[in-house]
Design a protein around this ligand. Structure first.
Ligand code: 13P
Length: 287
């Protein structure tokens, strides 16, 4: 079922677990994540960056693919199709294309501009039953060529954005996209606690889910995080598994060159990664 992320996140926040957002890149990725969620009876969010949207031939192509898979694979768990780190224009395009959830990332604007642009999307999303994620305090690392600094969000600014009526809020707490450097200081729970206090029971979003130690993820969930985003970890698992297949010369044996066979180990690796993450997030059996 393609649904807004609102209900699944309110439930997760109330019951102290998190729903995973796993970014998709192609058909194999999408199928692997949907099948794992169904197998584990877990709600799931499919994340699409604007770059991945272009790569997959546009948002309407993605909506068609995801709806088709939900129908033809018999997926009955709640699935949200979500724009990840959208621009204002990207958000409008995804709303028109039929996405069920949108992230508008106005974190790089001055707060007044972020407030103005987020406000402009709140009503539309509300009327259409689409969930809306906003962001305060840039997440560090690199995402589609945009490099953020990993700052900690100002809790007062978080409250201003939360009060607009968004569904969920991403706030920087020292997290970064991609692999964490060896000298990473860890998540700032002080900041998270302060944000949590300001925004009441709003579901919070932890970006940069790759490589955050399990105990930190669990502590973040206990402090209001109800959605954790994972992208790089699936990519690393996929490419390592496909590399092993090729290095073992399996593509040269029999019909091993069949693209479905070449990619199969990568698909299994994504499934294992998604399962591992869902176990940590506590969302298994929560559909
Ligand atoms: P990672 O690539 O670090 O897992 O982050 C994903 C993310 O936050 C997508 O918005």
């Amino acid at each position: 079922m393609l649904v807004s992320a609102k209900e699944m996140l309110i439930k997760a926040r109330k019951e102290h677990y998190a729903v995973g957002q796993f970014n998709i890149n192609n058909l194999e990725w999408t199928k692997a994540i949907l099948q794992t969620a169904q197998e584990l009876n877990a709600p799931v969010i499919l994340g699409v960056s604007e770059g991945a949207g272009k790569y997959m031939c546009g948002y309407t192509t993605i909506v068609g693919m995801v709806k088709g898979m939900i129908e033809n694979l018999g997926i009955t768990v709640p699935v949200a199709l979500h724009l990840d780190h959208g621009t204002f224009e990207g958000a409008k395009a995804c709303i028109n294309a039929g996405f069920s959830s949108i992230m508008f990332d106005g974190s790089h604007y001055p707060i007044d501009e972020n407030l103005k642009l987020t406000t402009a999307l709140v009503n539309t999303c509300d009327v259409l039953g689409i969930s809306l994620e906003a962001e305060v305090g840039a997440i560090g690392g690199e995402e589609d060529g945009v490099v953020g600094m990993g700052e900690c969000a100002d809790p007062k600014e978080c409250k201003l954005i939360a009060d607009l009526g968004v569904t969920m809020l991403a706030a920087g707490i020292g997290n970064i996209h991609g692999k964490y450097p060896a000298n990473w200081a860890g998540l700032s729970f002080e900041t998270l606690e302060a944000i949590n206090k300001e925004v009441g029971d709003m579901p919070l979003v932890l970006h940069g889910g790759t490589g955050i130690p399990e105990d930190m993820v669990k502590k973040a969930i206990s402090l209001g995080v109800a959605k954790v985003n994972v992208n790089t970890e699936c990519q690393l698992a996929f490419s390592a598994a496909v590399r092993e297949y090729i290095e073992q010369g399996k593509d040269l044996q029999g019909k091993g060159f069949d693209p479905r066979k070449v990619l199969a180990p990568g698909v299994e690796a994504i499934k294992a990664t998604v399962k591992e993450k869902m176990e940590i997030f506590g969302c298994i059996g929560k559909a």
